[in-house]
Write a protein that binds this ligand. Structure first.
Ligand SMILES: [Zn+2]
Length: 159
């Protein structure tokens, strides 16, 4: 019964054997990357039933502020680094601002922030910026939770 998925249930790319599979509903799911594995594990309901169906997108556009402006050399490295993340569609770096468009079904702002932190970039430290990020992380989480919630309350048509 344990049929092997050959494409990543999150992004549709081919799955990599090196990424450990996740078992959900008695099925094994294989992933293209650690990032997609993390995305799937957070809300498996959304992705486990999507295979074969037309894939939808939830595009988000955000501006992430850094503490210091980036020079063009760093920007030139940063853009491909972010675009390598699954679900990142567009990246524009202007001074201390990273404008980024991404598919929430594949990546969250919190994952993007984590990736920026991993290469040592300092995110904007003002309380307003902290508040904005916390709000975005929370609202994205709620949006995905709602998508994953089973719709028990839908009324059935009378027979
Ligand atoms: Zn993937």
């Amino acid at each position: 019964m344990n049929q092997l998925e050959d494409s990543c249930p999150v992004c549709g790319m081919s799955a990599e054997i090196e990424v450990p599979p996740v078992t959900y509903n008695k099925m094994y799911f294989h992933f293209c990357s650690e990032q997609c594995r993390e995305t799937f594990s957070a809300h498996p309901v959304i992705y486990s039933s999507r295979t074969g169906k037309a894939r939808s997108e939830i595009l988000k556009r955000r501006a992430i502020h850094l503490t210091t402006p980036l020079d063009s050399e760093v920007s030139a490295l940063l853009v491909p680094y972010l675009k390598e993340m699954m679900g990142v569609k567009m990246v524009i770096v202007e001074g201390d601002t990273i404008s980024i468009t991404y598919d929430l079904l594949q990546v969250t702002e919190s994952q993007i922030e984590k990736a920026l932190g991993e290469i040592g970039l300092q995110l904007g430290g003002s309380w307003l910026e902290h508040l904005r990020r916390a709000w975005v992380d929370n609202s994205e989480e709620i949006e995905l939770d709602n998508l994953a919630a089973p719709r028990y309350h839908r009324t059935r048509p009378q027979a």
